[in-house]
Design a protein around this ligand. Structure first.
Ligand code: SF4
Length: 180
């Protein structure tokens, strides 16, 4: 069997990687997942998402690289200091992924963030393209939002933990404000 084209996949959680890994593999990519999400607050929530992802990656035989740091202060400074915190958040995560791919000698990178219909794809594309230009690795963008419902179904069937908010402490608050 011929090896696929190596790709480093920024992975935010277990549920989102289900369909993205499947589709990229079908396209012929040889996927390694990378967990770099200092935007997930608090620590326990980050651990829960990481555990879910780790279990799924292990079950599916997906190689997984994990960034072990948790620079909470730095991340809060980044988000608070930006007029558009989601763009800053996407840039931080995709730049780290492109940098990691470059360091590992992997020529392309992508992200599971494009499954969620709640994310702004144009901002993700901009962040991915900037990271590509900075680190010289190809950014593979696919709009996976049509597969969102399927990712929900697959993750429920697998008994996975499904997070109730995007990640940062601001999004944790906003989910309650929206309900009021
Ligand atoms: S809402 Fe989500 S994408 Fe936006 S800053 Fe918070 S964690 Fe990042």
């Amino acid at each position: 069997m011929t090896a696929g084209k190596p790709l480093l996949l920024h992975a935010c959680c277990g549920p989102c990687i289900t369909v993205v890994h499947r589709e990229l593999t079908r396209e012929g990519f040889d996927v390694t997942a990378y967990f770099y999400n200092p935007n997930i607050h608090p620590w326990k929530e980050r651990e829960r998402r990481l555990e879910t992802l780790t279990r799924y990656a292990s079950d599916m035989g997906i190689p997984l690289e994990v960034d072990g740091e948790y620079p909470l202060e730095e991340n809060l400074r980044l988000l608070l200091g930006s007029a558009d915190r989601c763009s800053a958040c996407f840039s931080d995560r995709l730049e780290a992924t492109a940098r990691m791919a470059s360091g590992m000698g992997i020529g392309s990178f992508s992200t599971t963030l494009t499954v969620s219909p709640y994310q702004d794809l144009s901002r993700i594309i901009r962040a991915g393209e900037n990271a590509r230009d900075k680190w010289g690795v190809e950014f593979i963008f696919r709009d996976y939002t049509p597969l969102y419902r399927e990712s929900v179904r697959l993750s429920r069937e697998a008994g996975m933990y499904r997070q109730p908010y995007c990640g940062c402490i601001f999004s944790e608050r906003d989910r309650y404000l929206r309900r009021r």
